[in-house]
Ligand binder design. Sequence first.
Ligand SMILES: *[C@@H]1O[C@H](CO)[C@@H](O)[C@H](O)[C@H]1NC(C)=O
Ligand SMILES: *[C@@H]1O[C@H](CO)[C@@H](O)[C@H](O)[C@H]1NC(C)=O
Ligand SMILES: *[C@@H]1O[C@H](CO)[C@@H](O)[C@H](O)[C@H]1NC(C)=O
Ligand SMILES: *[C@@H]1O[C@H](CO)[C@@H](O)[C@H](O)[C@H]1NC(C)=O
Ligand SMILES: *[C@@H]1O[C@H](CO)[C@@H](O)[C@H](O)[C@H]1NC(C)=O
Ligand SMILES: *[C@@H]1O[C@H](CO)[C@@H](O)[C@H](O)[C@H]1NC(C)=O
Ligand SMILES: *[C@@H]1O[C@H](CO)[C@@H](O)[C@H](O)[C@H]1NC(C)=O
Length: 706
Amino acid sequence: MESRYSLFFSNFYSKKVLQSGLWLVWLCGFFLIGVSFYGTQMLPTFLREQIKIRKPAVSGVGFDDLSFPKITLFAAPRPFSGSVGERQALAVRSWLGLSENINVVLFSQDPSVFSFVDSFGSRVSVETEIDFTFLGTPFYHSMVARALASPSDISALIDPDTILLSNFISTLICAYKLDEDWLIVASSGNVSHFPFRLDSDGKSWLADDGKHVQIQKQLQEVLVRQGSQKPCGDRMLIAWNRGDLPLHKGVLPPFLYGKGLHNHWIVTEALISDFRLVIDASLTISSFYVDDLDQENYALIRSSITSDFEKRSWELNGNSLLGRLYGSFSFRDANYSNLFRFFECGGNFHFLNTHQNIAYLLGYNRPLNLRIKGISLSSTQKEILDCVDVIKSLEGIEGCFAKEQMRLPTSISLPLSLESLLSMRADQNKTIALGVAGHSYKDMLMSWVCRLRHLQVLNFLVCALDDEIYDFSVLQGLPVIKCAYPPTNISFDNCHFGTECFQKVTKVKSRMVLQILKLGYNVLLSDVDVYWFKNPLAYLSSFGPAVLVAQSDEYNVTAPINLPRRLNSGFYYAHSDSITIAALEKVVKHAAKSNLSEQPSFYDTLCGEGGSYRLGDDRCLEPETNLVVHFLNRDFFPNGAYQGLWEEKDIKKACKKRGCLVLHNNWISGRRKKLERQVLSGLWEYDINNRMCLQSWHKTNVTSYF
Ligand SMILES: *[C@@H]1O[C@H](CO)[C@@H](O)[C@H](O)[C@H]1NC(C)=O
Ligand SMILES: *[C@@H]1O[C@H](CO)[C@@H](O)[C@H](O)[C@H]1NC(C)=O
Ligand SMILES: *[C@@H]1O[C@H](CO)[C@@H](O)[C@H](O)[C@H]1NC(C)=O
Ligand SMILES: *[C@@H]1O[C@H](CO)[C@@H](O)[C@H](O)[C@H]1NC(C)=O
Ligand SMILES: *[C@@H]1O[C@H](CO)[C@@H](O)[C@H](O)[C@H]1NC(C)=O
Ligand SMILES: *[C@@H]1O[C@H](CO)[C@@H](O)[C@H](O)[C@H]1NC(C)=O
Ligand SMILES: *[C@@H]1O[C@H](CO)[C@@H](O)[C@H](O)[C@H]1NC(C)=O
């Protein structure tokens, strides 16, 4: 076993060598001078001839301009508390101590992360503008997209408790000099006990007795003593240079971060796509985390008490399902013949392609065919062959991937009932915003959700009309339930006003609202084609009990807004009280018998047929239950036909002038037209192609949707 550790962390010193990362940097450049180094056998034609190093901009000046790339490390930490917090803090400090050129971006919404970051100045920041599930798990595809948008020379995604040592920098600096675009992956080792701490300068490591230690050497001893090795865990570091080439073909599925599979997926896709040089740098980057079993067990026990464990049981399955749906590769038979292993031998960096049995010596014109044996070898060649023999005995990431368990779930579901979702999601006034959607409205649903998140309205819930939208919503991290009594056997594609589908669907909505009211929660029902400019809840709840507050569908600017059948049942607020419940029960009963949509049932039941229960120009009083219906002022809650707002050139501006809180994208026929109108107006918050919310760092060309 010993040979493993010596190579993992220690080639630097075990081969009469170096302590300093900078020395290696220089050597990496030195080989540019490039002696020709011919292998004696013909190589297969598909192999690359060499791995080139960039020329310095001005010859003779050296690499100073290239040597110190700006590096940004991206990580999604857990809250900074207890031992988890301490481990993360140590890790972040270890990164910052490596170089002034390293900045850190932490993905989180947790207040503890903000206060942690405060003490570091501008080098560490918190990024909240990525997608999270409703349980707070960040989305990996959104993290990657954010990192790709970074102007840094090199971006890396790292686990928040992974400690880095200085060979991380020397490896990246060497890779930075390659005349290629690359993707580096390095697996992280673990230790159960790490008796060192960072000095206050954040750079040097101290032992318990306060003495400085040579950490790389000490770490190796710790690892040997603990019988640990670089494991095939799911902890990996992924880094890439900014470059011109994408990391891989196609679109990264919405994987959940830290729930398995995403590292495997991205590396395999990068290998298949063959845009970038894919490098396994596990041997040259000392990255490891402290894996204190007692603490882990404690966390597990605590989480099972809060049933957190149960709530999250679907997350792993979600990633497996995505891997199955979007894997253009077979996990077992993935072809790693394009994978290069970065290794260090005699103080220089080289590449090894295990599959082809070929080593690339940086700066040389030809690769070294490792099948040649014999007397004609130079001493450098012999030294490399010796190194390679050791490396081959060590498992690389491909071995790890082969071991990755591949579950193949066919469906997933949230293990959360309506009651538990309501209690988790409702705000302090016990109010929930309910969105209802079928699969053909999935993009509209997501835009609605992204908008609500943007407004920090988190007390929403989605009710899914069919199985497809349910699965989609679960995978997008939404709090979702299947609607009670969903309509069956209908085509949703053209489910717009006036169709049979529309009639059936709308009736599901009122039944769902009634069910939630009976559980003691107030409901704001909002169709997903209602764009929210501001959070209307404070205003809507101000009407108090026994008042149903609804949008008016009246288009005539001068007409009263409570005329017959002008109640829009696509946006209304219902307070949970006995009067409202009794009135809504009447509506549901009426709708069940009607051959129309539920909208006329609302009006005819609550305002009387022909408007016989109207009060003034904007209210009705249902005489049996005493429920008041209040129609909302159209300047604040305009429908899609009011004052031609949708025809305005700058709708945002026009609405702002009026003081709109929401705008309904109704009074338009056909799903496609509706979608197009909303996307092109800019009242759109979702990147359909990449399946993530639009953020300030991320703009897409929306015309490519049509
Ligand atoms: C390191 O991780 C592996 C795999 O996750 C585990 O089996 C092993 O017990 C861990 N070792 C230590 C020292 O924590
Ligand atoms: C793997 O890829 C290489 C190069 O693209 C190809 O020549 C080889 O046949 C592939 N091997 C398998 C097992 O698919
Ligand atoms: C479903 O719809 C099809 C065509 O619209 C129809 O022929 C069939 O009878 C319907 N099935 C049920 C159970 O309603
Ligand atoms: C909660 O209810 C109180 C009292 O009715 C109200 O002032 C407040 O605005 C409500 N909050 C929200 C978010 O609706
Ligand atoms: C709008 O309403 C006013 C007053 O109720 C009425 O005089 C007018 O004819 C209506 N206009 C249209 C286009 O319906
Ligand atoms: C709906 O029912 C009404 C009577 O309740 C009837 O007059 C009308 O023709 C029916 N419409 C359709 C489309 O079936
Ligand atoms: C956006 O995409 C459309 C269609 O794909 C293309 O014609 C147009 O030039 C693009 N616009 C920009 C600004 O890239």
